[in-house]
Design a protein around this ligand. Structure first.
Ligand code: ZN
Length: 273
């Protein structure tokens, strides 16, 4: 059972319907404890305006989505590294508890996943150096292996935590149940992460059948993920952050009245999380 004050709204969940200003007001209206903006919505509103609106409502900022994409240019270009520094600045500007990293897929035209993974780790090291000076936590989000080619070559919590071990303090993981629920090691790796490296916890559900691998995520309770079990593991490992609801849903939740979406989130928090 999750009370609304323990829930954060990832703005992707209502991205077709609401601006960031509307999301902030919506969170306050439904009693949610926090928000996690995407950068496009944040840039549209402006960091200063968003920071003020968030402060005025008193909600937390469980994260900023997202930095990363280190492999997109085929090399660690200044453009890529600068964009990640800007992401850190934006996270600091709105008081985000972490900057979530979607690290990038294969290099354009390449079949060398090892090279992509090496580039990602080097890129993360650069961003982490800068993030430490800004006091921002960097959270690697391992993505389901179906996304390895085009989105993220970091695919398990074990792999992400191995990178964290090598890079040191200030970097941890965003556990998104949609991406890691299937992993036989998921609970052991949540325990391994521990309080300091469990920086974010994203919830939604895996529908059966799933009709689109990116944009057919389910509302908590409508699928097969043991959300209470994974959440209990994270909490017993010391995680005390918010549970961030992140649902990409072209055919369903993006079509609905966003107030209905938020009411449903609050209800499912009570009965399905
Ligand atoms: Zn996520």
């Amino acid at each position: 059972m999750l009370t609304p004050d323990r829930i954060s709204l990832n703005t992707a969940t209502v991205k077709e319907q609401w601006t960031l200003a509307q999301c902030i007001e919506g969170c306050a209206r439904h009693g949610l404890g926090g928000i996690s903006p995407w950068r496009d919505k944040l840039q549209e509103m402006g960091v200063t305006n968003a920071a003020k609106a968030i402060r005025d409502t008193g909600i937390r900022v469980s994260g900023l989505c997202r930095g990363g994409w280190y492999t997109g240019d085929g090399a660690l270009t200044n453009a890529v590294l600068d964009d990640n520094r800007r992401a850190v600045d934006e996270a600091a500007g709105i008081g985000a508890e972490c900057l979530v990293m979607v690290v990038g897929g294969l290099l354009p035209g390449s079949r060398d996943i090892g090279a992509a993974r090496a580039m990602v780790e080097e890129g993360l090291a650069h961003t982490l150096d800068y993030a430490r000076t800004a006091g921002i936590n960097v959270a690697i989000e391992p993505l389901h292996p179906m996304t390895a080619a085009d989105r993220a070559v970091v695919n398990t919590l074990r792999q992400a935590l191995d990178i964290c071990d090598r890079l040191g303090p200030g970097i941890g993981v965003a556990v998104d149940v949609y991406h890691v629920w299937w992993d036989p090691e998921v609970k052991a790796q949540i325990r391994r992460a521990g309080k300091d490296r469990l920086m974010a916890f994203h919830i939604c559900d895996w529908l059966v059948p799933t009709t689109d691998l990116l944009n057919d995520r389910g509302m908590m309770g409508d699928g097969v993920i043991d959300i209470p079990g994974l959440r209990a593991e994270a909490e017993s490992a010391g995680f005390d952050g918010l549970n961030e609801v992140e649902i990409f849903s072209t055919g369903n939740w993006w079509q609905r009245d966003p107030d209905e979406v938020l009411s449903t989130i609050v209800e499912r928090g009570r009965i399905a999380c």
